[in-house]
Design a protein around this ligand. Structure first.
Ligand code: FE2
Length: 379
């Protein structure tokens, strides 16, 4: 029987036919840190990641060490340098532990580099091919906000643990997964008046589309404010909200981040789970700290979000946040910063149809952040 209807996959390909930067998803996120060995243990013991690969002096790398951690499709790389003058050490001195690279998985690194640099992206390094006994990987990098970079990774001819040069490595510590599945979105904080510059960068240079705009009326409390726009790539696998500070009676949380980070950078990674109650119960048991909303948040919750599957007592016990849009609802929770500097933190998110970002929770959430800022003396 003939049919003219396209399957969802064909539709996806058709919609992406004009996508000059097809992305298969986030490949990994690389942090530059002061002590990768200890950070790796934190992510295993606290967050349920598994150590899968390593590169360092024992594998022939003389000046640094990198630990690769995996949970579901989330891959984190923690890199530290032994040379105080290196770019890695300078990054850590200036920013503290923070995200250096948001690596994007592509079919063709050469094309990705060419497509973006020809549209104005600043090259960090052109395509290079690296090899070991498990095959080869092509990679190239471009700059984005602050000192953050995007690395395009083409790994179709590679079967090793992570990238050429890395050896498989297991830990004596058997970390049990907390159910984190993939990176839902990754948020950047940029300086005053820079949000639109970076939105334009993602639109024109990376071929992303503007999904949502929040102004300071959406995201303001009595005291502080910020503005945010969310951009997404063609297939929707990669979403980057970009925040900038807005004027309020007191200091914006984005301004606080920029003061402590020493410029623009990654603010949070949102990690998806399909059972947030189980995930957050486990994370709390392991000592991960989260922002706290007041009890009153739950008083009118059901009248705001309507019927939900979860037991409100569980939500209250774990201090989970809920929001609804036209397509469904979502549950989310935000960690406290995972460094002493109030910079990078994590969001745990479970989507039940909703494709939005929890706008209904902004006020309660930002008031929780303000209480933390007040404790730090930075409000
Ligand atoms: Fe988020």
């Amino acid at each position: 029987m003939q049919t003219t209807e396209l399957s969802p996959l064909e539709l996806l390909h058709k919609n992406n036919s004009s996508d000059f930067l097809p992305l298969k998803g986030t490949d990994h996120v690389e942090f530059y840190v002061g002590n990768a060995k200890q950070s790796a243990y934190y992510y295993q013991a606290g967050w349920g990641f598994e150590l899968v690969a390593y590169a360092g002096p024992e594998t022939g790398l003389k000046d640094r060490a990198s630990y690769v951690l995996q949970q579901g499709k989330v891959w984190l790389v923690l890199t530290t340098s032994f040379d105080p003058e290196s770019e890695i050490s300078q990054h850590v001195r200036k920013h503290g532990d923070g995200v250096k690279a948001l690596a994007l998985w592509v079919d063709d690194a050469e094309k990705a580099f060419e497509a973006t640099t020809s549209r104005g992206a600043v090259a960090v390094h052109p395509v290079k091919t690296i090899k070991d006994q498990w095959g080869e990987v092509k990679l190239a990098s471009i700059k984005t906000y602050g000192e953050t970079i995007h690395t395009f990774i083409e790994r179709k001819n590679y079967t090793g643990a992570f990238l050429p040069g890395y050896q498989p490595k297991a830990s004596a510590f058997k970390a049990e997964s907390v159910g984190l599945q993939f990176i839902d979105h990754c948020v950047g904080n940029v300086g005053w008046g820079e949000m639109n510059t970076w939105v334009k960068f993602y639109e024109e240079v990376m071929g992303f589309k503007l999904l949502i705009t929040f102004d300071d009326n959406d995201i303001g409390t009595e005291y502080t404010a910020l503005m945010s726009k969310v951009v997404s790539n063609g297939n929707g696998y990669v979403k980057f909200p970009i925040n900038e500070p807005a004027e309020g009676k007191k200091k914006s949380q984005i301004e606080e981040y920029i003061d402590f980070y020493g410029g623009a950078g990654v603010q949070h990674l949102a990690l998806a789970t399909d059972d947030i109650i189980k995930t957050v119960t486990e994370l709390r048991k392991r000592g991960i700290e989260f922002l706290q909303v007041p009890e009153t948040y739950y008083e009118d919750l059901l009248s705001r979000v309507g019927k939900i599957d979860e037991d409100i007592a569980d939500l209250k016990r774990l201090n989970l946040l809920v929001d609804r849009d036209e397509e469904g609802y979502l549950l989310q929770l935000f960690s406290k910063p995972v460094e002493d500097r109030p910079t990078v933190f994590y969001e745990i998110i479970q989507r039940k149809g909703a494709k939005s970002f929890g706008k209904g929770n902004f006020k309660a959430l930002f008031e929780a952040i303000e209480r933390e800022q007040a404790l730090r003396g930075t409000l």
